[in-house]
Write a protein that binds this ligand. Structure first.
Ligand code: G3I
Length: 365
């Protein structure tokens, strides 16, 4: 692949002089971005998605809050708009997410917990929600993150157990995961069902996650694959850290989706995430030497990750959490600070990370 296409700084994401990511990785995995409908229809995201994406994930609009308004009341408009955009451009859609403690609306848990029938009522609401949502998108969504972030972040949760001490777990116990997956399978026999989480590149979190996964597989819960979020920072994680997670999934006969990939340009210490703003690095500005150095390190890291993904046939979908640097959750997390975690810059132009990923025949610059 001629290096010439890589050179011009003026290349725009939607133009013909850069390769389409969906073509570069066509023989390996679907590739795409997380986006919301109001972002997808505007530049720069629109051009990038149409040119490069073979998969789209809803960043927000397919979560229980906002999509589940109340028991048996749904707000499908925004999600349908994203699905329509994707289908009109031949892009497949990943559903995110049916059950997540962070967006679990209060109506799921209405009632008196002391009531003997309380848990069965909560279970019925979860089952009805999942069945109705998965049925609504049947044939339009190829994979669902059925349950998100079920594993405990540290051994302290739930008395040292594997499960996050979430509201779902408090009311229904570990079975909430079985309930959500079985309801999704009942609604759509063809859609792929995923257990999605972050930190699987860390041995202790991975062990807790695999404990949960093995319990579910032993009980015949219809899990097709594992979603690896991969919210990373430069200098924090290597491909060698991630490989054991992919291998563990393969050893169980399942597939892996990389579901939320981004690489923060700040190599913050743990304190910045645990007790912000302790230790958080100062903002870097485009055009500075620090920015150029960070983007070079980011490009090298993206290249090594995509080399890992293409080396594993079990990786069948890779999604970045966002389209271009103009819209990223990392601008507000862990602190308010402009971040540049994606493959395209805020104007939609390919960054060094894009060139490193797209030019798979030559070493990263
Ligand atoms: O749309 C409303 C807007 O109308 C309102 O004015 C504004 C202020 O309250 O809030 C807007 O909604 C925000 C939403 O993002 C859309 O931008 C929510 O408050 C905010 O909590 C929400 O944050 C999202 C977060 O998930 C919680 O849903 C982030 O953008 C999104 O990147 C993040 O994504 C999660 C994945 O789903 C799961 N894995 C971790 C990942 C990062 O936290």
């Amino acid at each position: 692949m001629a290096a010439a296409f890589l050179a011009p700084a003026v290349a725009r994401a939607g133009t013909s002089d850069i390769p389409a990511l969906k073509d570069v990785f066509r023989d390996h995995f679907k590739i795409g971005m997380a986006v919301d409908p109001w972002v997808a229809v505007e530049p720069p995201a629109r051009d990038i998605l149409i040119k490069h994406a073979s998969s789209i994930t809803a960043c927000e609009v397919m979560k229980p809050d906002p999509m589940g308004v109340a028991a048996d009341i749904y707000s499908f408009g925004d999600a349908d708009a994203l699905v329509d955009f994707a289908r009109s451009h031949g892009i497949a859609v990943r559903g995110h997410t049916l059950c997540w403690h962070k967006r679990a609306s209060d109506w799921f848990f209405a009632g008196d917990p002391a009531d003997a029938a309380y848990a069965s009522r909560v279970q019925a609401r979860l089952e009805t929600y999942v069945v109705n949502v998965v049925s609504h998108f049947r044939g339009k969504v190829y994979a669902w993150d059925v349950v998100n972030e079920a594993a405990a972040d540290s051994g302290a949760d739930v008395g040292g157990g594997a499960y996050r001490d979430s509201r779902w777990h408090q009311v229904l116990g570990p079975d909430y995961i079985d309930i959500a997956f079985r309801a999704a399978r009942a609604a759509d026999p063809a859609v792929q069902l995923f257990l999605n989480d972050y930190g699987l590149e860390k041995p202790d979190k991975r062990q807790r996650f695999m404990t949960i996964l093995d319990e579910k597989l032993k009980r015949g819960v219809p899990v097709d694959g594992v979603g690896h979020q991969l919210h990373l920072s430069i200098g924090s994680t290597t491909a060698a850290d991630i490989e054991p997670a992919l291998a563990a999934v393969e050893a169980r006969g399942l597939v892996s989706h990389v579901t939320e990939l981004d690489i923060s340009v700040y190599g913050d210490p743990a304190s910045c995430w645990d007790t912000p703003p302790a230790g958080c690095q100062p903002e870097i500005l485009p055009g500075s030497a620090a920015y150029d150095a960070a983007l070079k390190a980011q490009a090298d890291m993206y290249r090594s990750l995509f080399d890992l993904f293409t080396a594993h046939k079990s990786v069948t979908s890779v999604t970045t959490w966002g389209v271009a640097d103009d819209q990223t959750w990392l601008d507000a997390y862990p602190i308010m600070r402009k971040n540049y975690p994606l493959l395209f810059d805020a104007q939609g132009k390919p960054k060094p990370a894009f060139r490193a990923v797209a030019d798979t025949t030559h070493p990263a610059e």
